[in-house]
Design a protein around this ligand. Structure first.
Ligand code: NAP
Length: 184
């Protein structure tokens, strides 16, 4: 099974804001569209709080596997086993949050593809869950950029902490680095 992740961060001076009070920090139409296009037909693996942030129900066309210390699926590995057991038409699952499950997957180099939306250029952002700098280290060591749909000069409508405005949004795609084993 292909294991991917898809998520967004809002870039701050020292952190990458991920969530605020049970909601996303930032959103854009294109980001939400991309999430739908990429994940339709796949299994979504998520932490309990992310599941609650979606109203504790599956998104249409996608099955959810929820990780909680209070359930049988109490680790990322158990969730991945469950995803393989139930299967999906496209043989793909996405870890969609939160920070600890995505960080674990990145650190262990489990992901085939990483779809990362970066909201840039915001002044002050309210958040209660964020990645630290180590998140870029995991990206750099295990993954390589495939392409970039938007460049820094592109500005589009977006909402940060519920406030609508214009700003740069980068849609990035990384794939696992291919390591060639030496044959001689
Ligand atoms: N920016 C984005 O792309 C994005 C995507 C998704 C969600 N979000 C936002 O992020 C926030 C939620 O994320 P979060 O990081 O705070 O929480 P989360 O990871 O979704 O949920 C945390 C809970 O999940 C369970 N859990 C997670 N990892 C586990 C593990 N390895 N083993 C056992 N249990 C585990 C635990 O549940 P128990 O307490 O039940 O044991 C833990 O308290 C919300 O604000 C949501 O809107 C943002």
């Amino acid at each position: 099974m292909r294991i991917n992740t898809i998520f967004s961060v809002t870039v701050m001076p020292k952190v990458y804001a991920f969530g605020n009070k049970g909601d996303l920090v930032s959103r854009s139409k294109k980001d939400l569209q991309q999430f739908k296009e990429k994940t339709l037909g796949s299994i979504l693996i998520m932490g309990r709080k992310t599941y609650e942030s979606m109203g504790s129900k599956d998104l249409p066309g996608r099955k959810s596997i929820v990780v909680s210390s209070k359930s049988e699926i109490n680790s990322l590995d158990k969730a991945l086993e469950e995803a393989k057991r139930i299967g999906s038409d496209n043989n793909t699952c996405f870890v969609i949050g939160g920070v600890s499950l995505i960080s674990e997957g990145m650190k262990r180099n489990l992901f085939n593809d990483i779809y990362l939306t970066m909201f840039l250029g915001s002044q002050y952002v309210a958040y209660d869950v964020a990645f630290g700098r180590e998140f870029l280290d995991y990206l750099e060591s295990g993954y390589e950029p495939m392409h970039k749909d938007a460049d820094l000069s592109n500005s589009e409508e977006r909402t940060i902490n519920g406030i609508e405005g214009e700003g740069s949004v980068n849609y990035l795609h990384f794939s696992k680095k291919v390591t060639l084993s030496s044959s001689s």
